[in-house]
Design a protein around this ligand. Structure first.
Ligand code: BGC
Length: 347
């Protein structure tokens, strides 16, 4: 269970790769740089191993990683409008690392860009820890975080997040893996079926700012209560889809979010104790990113289901607060369960 060396970071420190395995042919590779999931192998309906997550070959590409492939996101996933918030009467201004408009995914050197301490405690489990010092990316308080990845014998990848601070601060952790259940050669995820048990999503305005209101999915392309293929209405003229350039919305989860790809037969069900999940369909992917095996990155090549508290919750009184009280640990778990064959929710 000794890790292998992934490479040297620009600052000279060494990043490692860890492999978690179960007895069912599943394999998850994770690096201590950013806690990034670099590989996720699931046997398909014929028993052939399929890598279902997008990523790079080279460590240097993960140091840049504009799409946040596979990374742990913190202190706060998603956006904080204007990068501003007030806590205990003090105003904080975080970096606006998204076009100067929003603070996105924890800032320039968020948790996906840090080298974590690591311990592989068993063949199927890895514990990563990080001390984010007071003032890190502009946030108050020393925040101690741990993330435990566990691969179970029933093909579940569990991610358990824990955090504790010595001052009041904000915390909203997630993982930003992109999935393509058809494997590495599929250019889009249009053919994937999705089912999301959610009646409402957070309404967005220009520049992904939050209005603070919830909208019903009823009669819109965002309604995944009955399965729908990702590609079916992705370019719909519905105002929320136009604003986002596809699916890029946070749902208020009532149950699970699930996906299925008929060609490989692989299905994935995401469950969590968090209230929200961001469905993002890789609308900004593309350009000259070199993916694994030198493949070129295409638009909408992967989708993310990022479990989280609602976006910009610190500035939206109606949303569950992301404030962490000093000395009080917060914990959450998200589970990605993989199965093969037409799932029950498709029948
Ligand atoms: C956001 C997208 C963003 C992507 C990569 C997602 O969580 O919702 O709008 O482009 O992350 O930064």
């Amino acid at each position: 269970m000794e890790p292998t060396v992934f490479g040297k970071l620009k600052d000279g420190r060494t990043a490692h790769l860890f492999t978690l395995r179960n007895g069912k042919g599943m394999e998850v590779q994770i690096t201590d740089f950013g806690g990034i999931i670099t590989k996720l192998i699931v046997p398909d309906k014929g028993g052939k191993p399929v890598d279902v997550t997008l990523g790079f070959d080279a460590l240097a590409d993960y140091e840049a990683n504009p799409p946040y492939f596979g990374a742990i996101i913190g202190r706060c996933a998603n956006r904080i409008g204007g990068g501003r918030f007030v806590l205990d009467g003090r105003e904080y201004q975080l970096d606006c690392n998204e076009g100067g408009i929003n603070h996105l995914h924890g800032g320039i050197t968020g948790f996906g860009k840090k080298l974590w301490k690591s311990e592989q405690t068993a063949e199927n489990s890895l514990v990563l820890t990080l001390l984010s010092p007071d003032g890190d990316q502009g946030y108050p308080g020393n925040l101690l975080v741990s993330v435990t990845y566990t691969l179970t014998e029933d093909n579940v990848l569990s991610i358990r997040y824990r955090g504790m601070s010595d001052q009041r601060t904000l915390m909203n952790l997630t993982n930003h893996a992109y999935f393509n259940l058809a494997g590495q050669d599929a250019d889009t995820v249009y053919d994937h079926w999705l089912r999301i048990e959610a009646d409402e999503f957070c309404e967005i305005a220009e520049g992904f700012s939050m209005t603070g209101k919830m909208r019903s999915v009823e009669g819109t392309p965002l309604d995944f209560r009955k399965p729908r293929q990702i590609g079916q209405d992705i370019d719909s003229g519905y105002d929320q889809m136009v604003l986002a350039g596809g699916y890029d919305h946070n749902y208020a989860l009532k149950g699970t979010a699930a996906a299925w790809c008929e060609s490989t037969g692989i299905a994935m069900t995401v469950s969590t104790d968090l209230p929200g999940v961001q469905l993002y369909t890789g609308n900004f992917l593309g350009g000259d990113l070199k993916l694994k095996g030198g493949r070129r990155c295409t638009r909408r090549r992967g989708f993310c289901l990022e479990t989280q508290l609602f976006p910009d919750a610190i500035n939206q009184p109606a949303f569950q607060s992301p404030v962490l009280e000093p000395g009080v640990p917060a914990e959450s778990e998200t589970r990605f369960a993989f199965t093969v064959g037409k799932p029950d929710w498709m029948k």
